[in-house]
Design a protein around this ligand. Structure first.
Ligand code: PLP
Length: 389
């Protein structure tokens, strides 16, 4: 591929590069310190020590007990473990069969909940959201039944950036004695994640969203949460997740999480200022453009827009040709494809949903990058609209 004069990466909600700090922490565990953490000899003990150190680091960031931290292969697996695990446990104990999620969850939650409904006969309530993507706590209260076994509502939405009132929702769950899970995959480095302050019971993270490696995640599961493991085999990870641990990945995850948390106080206002320039300027510069999701109850690095009357694929290709990596935030980028379930739940029409653009900023993003996007995006959209007429 030819080298572009300019490269601006604005898809940090999709994935982030591994930070130097995380990379350096991981490197020895690919070679010199290659032991299997189950081994009783020196190399095994070294790996085990690294694993437990990583567990303590993650627990420290979450304000949790190390024994509650389960390392998985990704955010999707962590979501699966919590949902399937709680559903199976309730089935085994012949407790309830009702699950509550929101209508705008990531597919890792939605598809899992749908499968539990289809195959294990669970009743599923998908809470609606308002036009900005927020769940109403009163709607949660109204949806709770005597046989509700788990509530799962995401901390922050990947596509529209909207934050949910997690502490208020979790408080309602707790009043009713129902475990509360949150997919917090988009949160680290952007939001505080104190599980006690939030009073939640389970949470999912994924390292590649916070400058750690791909292929490693966290399921935080409160002690005492009734759960049947879906991945069986060896007794690793407190019998919650069988399989030889990805020690290098786990060490990288922990280093990246601690680093993201340490950088959060300085990065958040910097990203907010840059992101707010996009939120203010794009609707002003581009006729028919509006913000999707909430204007301020949103992730600080996340900007997203609906462009009336345009298919976003052309915009994404035009941006790519100009060296800017961006996305629609979902798998579908054309009116011919099924519209995003998130935008649909917010009441956006299929035609409008095809014109969704997500720009997510990160550590590498500069003022000059924002200037550049604001310079090239309006004429690009105008050109495509003219072509489509
Ligand atoms: N949940 C949310 C909110 C996400 O944004 C993602 C990834 O985009 C996932 C879950 C899945 O994470 P992973 O890619 O680690 O499986």
């Amino acid at each position: 591929m030819p080298e572009l004069a300019r490269s601006v990466y604005l898809d940090h909600s999709a994935t982030t590069p591994v930070s130097q700090h995380a990379l350096q922490a991981m490197l020895p565990y690919f070679s010199e310190q290659f032991g299997n953490a189950s081994g009783i000899y020196r190399q095994g003990r070294q790996a085990k020590q690294a694993l437990e150190e990583a567990r303590r680091t993650v627990a420290g960031v979450l304000g949790a007990h190390p024994g509650e931290v389960v390392f998985t292969s990704c955010g999707s697996e962590s979501d699966n473990l919590a949902l399937r695990g709680a559903a199976w446990a309730s089935r085994q104990a012949e407790r309830g069969r009702h699950l509550i999620i929101s209508a705008i969850e990531h597919k890792a939650v939605i598809e899992t909940a749908h499968q539990l409904a289809a195959q294990l006969d669970f009743d599923l309530t998908e809470l609606p959201v308002d036009g900005k993507g927020r769940v109403d706590p009163d709607a949660l209260t109204a949806a709770i039944r005597a046989d509700t076994v788990l509530i799962s509502i995401m901390t922050a939405n990947n596509e529209i950036g909207t934050l949910q009132p997690i502490a208020a929702l979790a408080a309602i769950a707790r009043q009713h004695g129902i475990p509360f899970h949150t997919d917090a995959v988009q949160a680290p480095g952007h939001l505080p994640l104190d599980v006690e302050a939030l009073a939640i019971d389970a949470l999912a993270l994924s390292a590649h969203k916070f400058y750690g490696p791909k292929g490693v995640g966290v399921a935080w599961l409160r002690r005492g949460l009734a759960l049947v493991s879906s991945q069986t085999g060896g007794g690793q990870e407190g019998k919650h997740r069988a399989g030889t641990e990805n020690v290098a990945g786990i060490v990288g995850l922990a280093a990246a999480l601690a680093e993201a948390e340490a950088m959060r106080p300085a990065e958040t206002p910097r990203l907010l200022a840059l992101r707010n320039r996009l939120l203010d300027a794009i609707p002003a510069l581009i006729p028919g453009a509006r913000i999707s999701g909430h204007e301020h109850e949103r992730l600080p690095h996340h900007a997203s827009f609906l462009f009336a009357g345009i298919e976003i694929q052309g915009v994404l290709m035009g941006l790519d040709m100009a060296g800017v990596a961006a996305s629609s935030g979902s798998a579908c980028t054309s009116a011919a494809q099924a519209p995003s379930h998130i935008l649909t739940a917010m009441g956006v029409s299929a035609i409008d949903a095809a014109g969704h653009l997500r720009l997510t900023l990160g550590r590498s993003t500069t003022e000059a990058d924002i200037d550049y996007v604001l310079e090239i995006l309006p004429p690009l959209v105008a050109r495509l609209r003219k072509l489509n007429r």
